[in-house]
Design a protein around this ligand. Structure first.
Ligand code: M6R
Length: 364
């Protein structure tokens, strides 16, 4: 049932404040303002590193997770797409931890990675949405994402719930390892509690994005740029756009621009820059100047402060609420999803059932 939405994808984008709230209720002790103890197969304090394996959007959630685990828990993270992880025979220590992330819990390569990790004697924690899935059954422990059934082939609400769970796990790891002060934990938890409200606010920007989508629909190539946790988000934006609109799109770390992709910049290729006003904003702003100087048309996703500091002409500036940097990836996901959605709808594409794609990829 699509409710009063035209597509499942729209319905699922709009469900995000609610499903993230549900996931938070599971992982956060609201009264104490702390992350609940997670049912972990191995103590975070005993680990030297963790490995993550996943595919597609779930892999990109894992990449955001890597930044969080390394920052808040000082825990090195190795991340691979599951199709590489399973065959490259990475040396994995007995008793260590592998995290697999999957909406469906049936993705063949992710399942094979899980089995490989278990063969190596690793504990496997599955961040998974379907609790009855093979991946949930075969892993050592499950961290459920509680997004509810996701119908649209383009993953939206499952991604946001994956981010929510990963951030809670990173905070729990930070506490266990003594790398996150009680005050910093409180700051992140308070910010997380505010996320459903901020998502609702971000959704109010839909009309502006719908108009912008008509411009994007004319492009044959689109570049997405971001730094820090906005980098995996840039790749997620590109993935979403290509899978449902069939426009060629690439996500790049903003700092990589001058190592190649800058050669592509001209007035026909929109450049979507994801840049909340954070510790790396100034660096991204200078990359934007380089794009502008070459006639590139910029779509800037930022906040009030970032818009003021950027000081350049853009095709559009989408302003989001000012947020704690830890939760920015959750909020900035919304315009990225809406842009892909409206571009594809405007082009008359079948957004819920894009060509050549299946909701769950059970073959290699
Ligand atoms: O069910 P999974 O999360 O394991 O699926 C992984 C990918 O196939 C999936 O995220 C895919 O990339 C989506 N269609 C992206 O929107």
């Amino acid at each position: 049932d699509k409710g009063n939405h035209r597509h499942f994808m729209a319905k699922e984008i709009y469900e995000q404040p609610e499903v993230v709230a549900r996931t938070l209720a599971h992982y956060i002790d609201m009264a104490r303002g702390r992350v609940c103890p997670v049912d972990m197969p191995v103590d975070f304090a005993r680990l030297d590193r963790i490995s993550i394996a996943a595919c597609g959007t779930a892999y990109l959630a894992g990449m955001v997770g890597k930044y969080w685990f390394e920052r808040f828990a000082r825990l090195p993270v190795e991340i691979d797409v599951a199709s590489e992880f399973r065959y490259r025979e990475a040396p994995l220590e007995k008793g260590g931890l592998t995290l697999v992330i999957s909406q469906s819990g049936e993705t063949a390569d992710t399942l094979a990675s899980l089995r490989y990790a278990k063969q190596c004697g690793q504990n496997v924690l599955a961040v998974v949405n379907v609790p009855t899935s093979t991946i949930a059954r075969e892993s050592t422990a499950v961290a459920p994402t509680l997004a509810g059934i996701e119908v649209g082939v383009a993953s939206t609400k499952a991604f946001l719930c994956q981010l929510t769970v990963l951030l809670c796990l990173a905070v729990a790891a930070g506490r266990a390892r003594g790398t996150l002060s009680a005050e910093d934990e409180r700051g992140i938890v308070d910010a997380l509690i505010g996320v459903p409200g901020l998502l609702a606010e971000a959704l109010k920007g839909e009309r502006q994005i719908e108009v912008l989508a008509r411009e994007i629909a004319k492009a044959t190539d689109v570049l997405y740029l971001g730094r820090g946790t906005s980098y995996p988000l840039a790749m997620e934006g590109a993935l979403k756009l290509k899978e449902i609109s069939y426009i060629h799109a690439e996500g790049y770390a903003a700092g990589e621009l001058k190592h190649g992709p800058i050669a592509l910049i001209d007035e026909r290729m929109p450049v979507i820059v994801i840049a909340p006003y954070d510790a790396v904003f100034e660096k991204t702003a200078s990359n934007m100047q380089e794009v502008a100087a070459r006639g590139g048309r910029i779509v800037l996703l930022t906040d009030e402060r970032g818009a003021a500091e950027a000081g350049l002409e853009t095709l559009a500036t989408v302003k989001l609420p000012e947020v704690h940097p830890a939760v920015a990836p959750l909020i900035y996901t919304v315009p990225v999803q809406l842009l892909a959605y409206h571009t594809a709808v405007f082009m008359g594409k079948d957004v819920d059932q894009p060509r050549n794609l299946a909701k769950s990829v059970t073959v290699e």
